[in-house]
Each structure stands twice: as structure tokens, then as C-alpha cells.
Design a protein around this ligand. Structure first.
Ligand code: ATP
Length: 248
């Protein structure tokens, strides 16, 4: 059983509302006027060629990177004015595990839980370790885990604060088919009541999982649409066309 998701603090506002986001790195513009509206409860997959600005967009949404220009609201709250309040409502899963290798799974989760709550929520941690099937290894140092196990623990870490918005940066990278399947199951079990945004190079997988799909190229949104209104073959062609468009 997945630990229960507390009722999201519904604002009626989109989970993400971005307008005119620009991110400048010296002469390079990684985001060049991104407009985005993601409804609460959606699963948005973001595609695009290397250097398109996908990770920069995800880091901006994770409030790890401040845009040079533009406005951003998450769950109806101004993200540039109230980043601390919002960070506690966001979970990030990346291909870098962001775990401490010398600490055990339990210690890692206690550390991250205490960051948000002041003291660790041991009941929730136990439930999360059971969910990701690492309860039996909870006292082992994380550096002794396989890549798939570390990725499962990353899910637990990202959920420790019961986030409303979960951001995933190529979470399948380096997972074998079995580990990827387990990861799929876990995502399905924790989808309820949350909004997911995933950067992916795997068009098929990203498309299967999503309710909304976005293609970026050169720091701009080429297309963003509800999957119900997208023709899969036409979307694939558009994606392949952007892959040749090069970096921002
Ligand atoms: N910290 C940084 N300093 C300077 N330039 C950066 C920085 N981060 C990203 N960029 C530049 O911004 C552009 C977008 O990079 P980003 O990592 O967002 O692309 P991406 O779509 O995630 O690519 P990939 O698919 O290769 O991961 C690239 O030109 C990159 O070189």
C-alpha cells in the first residue's frame, strides 16, 4: 500500500502557470520566453533535443534556478515571491540520485524528512520504505545499492514531504527493463492527487505515461497539448523534426 496522499490544497489554479520565462547563461539563452499552463493532477512529459532547455525548465520549476525574466506560479502561489513555502510541496527525482551514499536508506529519509518538518516522520518513512520494497535493506549504506534500488529510494525521498508536484528528470536513464517496470508500478501507485512533470528522451514511454505532452527546442515551446487532442504519429514526426534543430 502506498502511504496516503493528504488532500491537495486545491486552489483551483493550474499546478504550474509560467509566462515569458527567460533564463540567460551569459550569452546563451536556455529558456527563451516559455509560456506553460499545467492543470492540477496532469502528467506532463517534456521532450526535445539535447540542449533544448528541458533540464533548465525543470530546475526552474523545482525552484533550484531563478528565471532571468518572466513569472511563475505553482499551485496558485507566486513562486518567485514564496519559494520556501512552495519548495516543501515539490518532490524532485533525477537521474542523479541526490542521496548520501554513506548513510543508510532510513538515515537518508530521516534527514530529508527533518529538512521539511523539523523532525523526521518515522511512520511515513517506514511506509515509504515498504512501498519501494527496501524495508529489508533499510540499515545498509546506500552506496551498496544497485542503480535500480537507488532510483526506488529516490522516489521515497521525493515523496517524504508528501508533495503536490513531482518533477522527474529522465528517471529511467540507466534502469534495466525490470527496474523500469518496477519504477512504472511505483509511479502508478503514487500518482493519485499529484501533478507530475517528466523530462524524457524516450518518446514512447513518455507519451504512454502522460496526459499532456510538450516539445521544446532552442529554449522555446514548440508544442504543448492535451494528449487527447494529439495524433500520436503526427506528434512523433514533429518530435523527430525538432531533434535536428540543435541547441539553444
Ligand atoms: N549552468 C549553466 N551554465 C551555462 N550554460 C548552461 C547552464 N545550464 C544549461 N546551460 C545551457 O543551456 C542550454 C540548455 O541546457 P539544458 O541542460 O537545459 O538542455 P536539455 O534540453 O536538458 O539537454 P539534454 O537533453 O542534453 O539534457 C544549453 O545550451 C546549455 O549549454
Amino acid at each position: 500500500m502506498a502511504p496516503e496522499k493528504s488532500a491537495p490544497r486545491r486552489s483551483g489554479a493550474p499546478a504550474v502557470y509560467a509566462h515569458g520565462l527567460v533564463k540567460q547563461f551569459g550569452p546563451r539563452r536556455a529558456l527563451d520566453g516559455v509560456d506553460l499552463s499545467v492543470p492540477e493532477g496532469a502528467f506532463l512529459s517534456i521532450f526535445g533535443p539535447n540542449g533544448a532547455g528541458k533540464t533548465t525548465l525543470l530546475r526552474t520549476l523545482a525552484l533550484l534556478s531563478r528565471p532571468t525574466r518572466g513569472s511563475l506560479a505553482l499551485m496558485g502561489v507566486d513562486a518567485l515571491d514564496e519559494p520556501d513555502e512552495l519548495r516543501a510541496r515539490i518532490g524532485l527525482i533525477s537521474h542523479r540520485s541526490m542521496l548520501y551514499g554513506d548513510l543508510s536508506a532510513q538515515e537518508n529519509l530521516e534527514f530529508f524528512s527533518a529538512l521539511y518538518r523539523g523532525e523526521p516522520d518515522r511512520g511515513r518513512i517506514r511506509e515509504l520504505l515498504e512501498l519501494v520494497e527496501l524495508d529489508h535493506r533499510r540499515h545498509d549504506a546506500v552506496r551498496t545499492y544497485s542503480r535500480g534500488m537507488q532510483q526506488r529510494l529516490s522516489i521515497a525521498r521525493a515523496l517524504v514531504n508528501d508533495p503536490d508536484l513531482v518533477l522527474l528528470d529522465e528517471p529511467y536513464s540507466g534502469l534495466d527493463p525490470h527496474a523500469a517496470e518496477l519504477f512504472d508500478e511505483l509511479i502508478a501507485r503514487v500518482r493519485e492527487g499529484r501533478t507530475f512533470i517528466m523530462v524524457s528522451h524516450d518518446l514512447e514511454k513518455g507519451f504512454d505515461l502522460c496526459t499532456h505532452a510538450l516539445i521544446m527546442a532552442r529554449g522555446q515551446v514548440v508544442v504543448c497539448a492535451d494528449k487527447a487532442g494529439i495524433d500520436r504519429a503526427a506528434f512523433r514526426e514533429l518530435y523527430l523534426a525538432t531533434v535536428g534543430m540543435g541547441v539553444a
